[in-house]
Design a protein around this ligand. Sequence first.
Ligand SMILES: Cc1cc2nc3c(=O)[nH]c(=O)nc-3n(C[C@H](O)[C@H](O)[C@H](O)COP(=O)(O)OP(=O)(O)OC[C@H]3O[C@@H](n4cnc5c(N)ncnc54)[C@H](O)[C@@H]3O)c2cc1C
Length: 386
Amino acid sequence: MIKTDVCIIGAGPSGASTSLMLSKMKISHYIIDKSTFPRDKTCGDGLILYAYKSLLQIDKKLFKAFLKNPKFIHSKNIKLHINDNLNVNINESLDRDMVITYAKRFDFDYFLVNHLSKKYANCEFGNGLKKIKQSKEGVLIKLKDDKEILAKIVVGADGVNSIISRKLAKNTTNKSLTSTFVNAYFKDVVGLPKSNEAEIRLIYKKTPLFFYIFPLADGTVNVSLGARTDLIKKHNINLLEEVKSILKKHKKIAHKFKNATLINSWRGWSIPFDFNSKKVFGDRFLLVGDAAGLTNAFYKEGVGTGMMSGIICAKKINECLKENNFSESFLASYQKELKKEFSRLLTFSHIMAKMASSKYIFATMVKLFKNRFQQKAPNFIKRKSY
Ligand SMILES: Cc1cc2nc3c(=O)[nH]c(=O)nc-3n(C[C@H](O)[C@H](O)[C@H](O)COP(=O)(O)OP(=O)(O)OC[C@H]3O[C@@H](n4cnc5c(N)ncnc54)[C@H](O)[C@@H]3O)c2cc1C
């Protein structure tokens, strides 16, 4: 049996960031993933705010390598369309690099994994978690190939369907605090802005649907459509039919996709934003990223928030190891630290999501505050990113 201080389950952005930060603090650990890298992950592929902040906090050189990587493209413009005649523009100033970066998760997650420390990170990829059990000596982790690891503390970075969250924290899924999205890549899409502007639309059906078009470095385009999971069910919405209809008939979109080709097949996945109603720590375990429900309810940033939670988690583990204390009471401050970092923004995103549910209230509010918001946004982004 392998014995280690720390074992991270999941090497997506949250797990990889935890590992990178632990290595920065010279803490040896195991990092497990059921996939081998590069691997794909259903996502919009847009990186904003916390992704930049986290990369910088982990290592300035990593941030520079990210900026230079030809597979990632950066844009200074995001346009949120409330309806066909009303939109909000977020425009980064000339002296700054970007407000959004498009990076296929196939490439971005591989980029992070490729920077894991050869000295401190013991990678076990292509070998999923099969069983997990707490004991007095530590957490016993059994992998698919029957390898056993005994860790003093385990990090659940295994995404929205986290085994650690279900088995150790006893969390269950809350469908009113989860979104369901469908997503696909297209080629030969025309008429996209030269500035690589992010196109985000609220499309009002019985519930608002969030529609994203993000351009990618290889000339393809990432398209996503989704809404709150419980409301999709309640109103019997077929996301696949809706997105196909938007691409075929929407007067601002259809012409761009007239000769476009679907590259892969449509895929569906969930986005959790139930952080405030979830247990994210306990005896010998901490949850990060999607496993902790840390996605933004309104604009769905989950990569950056996940990475930042990994950084906070690694710092907490450093304290645990120094004090040799892995108890639930000692780990409670982890949740406080997460709240300190995210609470205001996540609460604001819940309020925005609620307001957006009424087409007329939201449009009126946007008309009233649009100018003020557009003026203030760049400063806010600067504070929360790089
Ligand atoms: C359609 C869609 C669009 C989105 N768009 C955006 C966007 O544009 N920008 C943004 O910031 N966020 C977006 N998100 C959210 C974002 O994808 C997630 O928040 C993000 O991936 C969370 O990272 P993570 O590391 O916590 O989890 P994940 O990226 O899910 O990584 C979890 C890792 O754990 C591994 N794993 C799982 N189970 C096991 C196991 N049993 N054993 C071992 N390994 C395991 C998996 O293989 C995976 O590598 C989107 C999500 C969806 C579904």
